[in-house]
Ligand binder design. Structure first.
Ligand code: GTP
Ligand code: MG
Length: 351
C-alpha cells in the first residue's frame, strides 16, 4: 500500500471500510462476463490498472495468465509490476471474478471436470484401477522402495504424455525435475522405438532440470510457470520429491522448517496443475516403521503435508522378476485396489 493509500484508509470510518470490503466481496462473487476456467490462460491486459506496459512486466515475471494474477498477493504483484498495492488488489479481484473463483454449484463443478484429461500409464489394468488413467489438474504421488519402478514409470509417462489425446496421451510436452540424476534419454529411446515414435521429437519435448539441492528444486518449480504455456507442458515430473529435503534438513529440530518449505513447494506444483490443466507426477521414498507389528511396516516419507497434497497415491512393491504390484492407496473418488504391471525393455505393460 502506498503512503497516500494508507493515509486515506486511516481517515475512513469503520462503516466506510466495511462498505469497501463488501464491494470487494461482491466483485469476487459477481458473475463474470468472460469465459471461466479455460480462460485461466486468457490475456491479462485489460484488467483494471493493467495497461500494455504493466502487462508486459507481469508477463516477463511469469504472471502472464489470469490464474497467476488471481492467486498472487497484492504485494507480490505490486513489487513485480511496479504499481501500487491498491491497483494490484483491484487487478487481482478482477482476475478472480473472470475466473469465477467464488463458489460454484455441483453442476458447474461437474462441467469443469470435463476439461480433465487422463494419461495412460501403459498398463490397461493400472489405468482401470485409476479410473481411466492419471488425471490432469491434480498431483499423483508414487511411492515405494528402491527398485520398485517409480523412475521407470516416470520415463513411460514422459513418453505417453506426448501421444494424442485419443491414444491416452495429453498431446503436450514434459517438464522433468530430476533430483537423483536418474533421467536416461537412452531409456526414452527404447520406449519410443517400442511404440514406433520418433525419439528425437519426443526427447526434444522433455525439458529436464537437474536439481542439486532442495532450494534449487524449489526454484526449478517456481520457474516452471515461465515456460508452461510457451512449451505446452502438460506433465510435470519430480523424481524424487523428498530426497533433497531429507538430506538438507536433518534432525528433529529442522522438521518444522522442512515441512513449511515442502508445503510451499507443493502449493506451487498444485497451482501449475490448476492453471495449465497439467498433471503432476511425484515419486517418493519409503521408510520402515519398526514399531509396527502387523501389516506392511513401510510408509511414505513427507508426512501429512504431502499426504494431503497428493490427490492420488500409488504404492509400488517389487514382485517376481519384472513384475510390480501397484496399490491405489488414496483417491477422492475411486475404491482402493491393487493390480500387477511389468517393467520390460519396451516399457510399462500389463502382466
Ligand atoms: P529408487 O529411485 O532407487 O528409489 O528406485 P525406483 O523405484 O525409481 O526404481 P526404478 O524405476 O529405477 O526401477 C528399477 C527397476 O526397473 C530395476 O530394478 C529394473 O528391474 C528395471 N529397469 C530399470 N532400468 C531398466 C531398463 O533400462 N530396462 C528394463 N527392461 N528394465 C529396467
Ligand atoms: Mg528412482
Amino acid at each position: 500500500m502506498t503512503g497516500k493509500e494508507k493515509e486515506k484508509e486511516e481517515e475512513m470510518t469503520i462503516p466506510q471500510i466495511e462498505e469497501i470490503e463488501e464491494e470487494k466481496e461482491e466483485e469476487l462473487m459477481a458473475e463474470p462476463e468472460t469465459a471461466p476456467v479455460e480462460g485461466s490462460e486468457q490475456d491479462i491486459e485489460g484488467l483494471p490498472g493493467i495497461g500494455p506496459k504493466t502487462a508486459e512486466k507481469l508477463k516477463e515475471a511469469g504472471y502472464g495468465a489470469l490464474m497467476n494474477i488471481a492467486t498472487a498477493s497484492a504485494s507480490e504483484i505490486a513489487a513485480v509490476a511496479d504499481v501500487g498495492e491498491g491497483t494490484a488488489s483491484k487487478a487481482i479481484m478482477a482476475a478472480r471474478g473472470a475466473l469465477r473463483m467464488g463458489y460454484e454449484t455441483g453442476l458447474q463443478a461437474l462441467e469443469n471436470r470435463k476439461k480433465i484429461l487422463k494419461l495412460t500409464t501403459g498398463s490397461k489394468e493400472l489405468d482401470k484401477l485409476l479410473g481411466g488413467g492419471l488425471e490432469t489438474c491434480s498431483i499423483t504421488e508414487c511411492y515405494g522402495a528402491f527398485g520398485s519402478a517409480k523412475t521407470q514409470i516416470a520415463h513411460q509417462l514422459a513418453v505417453n504424455a506426448q501421444l494424442p489425446i485419443d491414444e491416452g496421451g495429453l498431446n503436450g510436452a514434459v517438464l522433468y525435475i530430476d533430483t537423483e540424476h536418474t533421467f536416461r534419454p537412452e531409456r526414452i529411446m527404447e520406449m519410443c522405438s517400442a511404440k514406433g515414435l520418433d525419439h528425437k521429437k519426443i526427447l526434444a519435448n522433455i525439458h529436464v532440470g537437474r536439481a542439486y539441492n532442495s532450494d534449487h528444486q524449489i526454484l526449478l518449480a517456481d520457474k516452471a510457470k515461465d515456460i508452461m504455456k510457451e512449451k505446452n507442458i502438460k506433465l510435470v515430473i519430480v523424481d524424487s520429491l523428498m530426497s533433497h529435503f531429507r538430506a538438507d534438513y536433518i534432525g528433529r529440530g529442522s522438521l518444522a522448517g522442512r515441512q513449511q518449505k515442502l508445503n510451499q513447494h507443493l502449493h506451487v506444483l498444485q497451482k501449475l496443475a490448476d492453471t495449465y490443466n497439467a498433471l503432476i507426477y511425484l515419486t517418493n521414498q519409503v521408510m520402515s516403521k519398526p514399531d509396527m507389528l502387523f501389516g506392511d511396516p513401510t510408509a511414505a516419507v513427507g508426512g501429512h503435508v504431502l499426504h494431503h497434497a497428493a490427490t492420488f497415491r500409488i504404492y509400488l512393491r517389487k514382485s517376481k522378476g519384472d513384475t510390480r504390484i501397484c496399490k491405489l492407496v488414496d483417491s477422492p473418488n475411486l475404491p482402493d485396489g491393487e493390480t500387477v504391471i511389468r517393467i520390460t525393455p519396451d516399457g510399462v505393460i500389463d502382466r
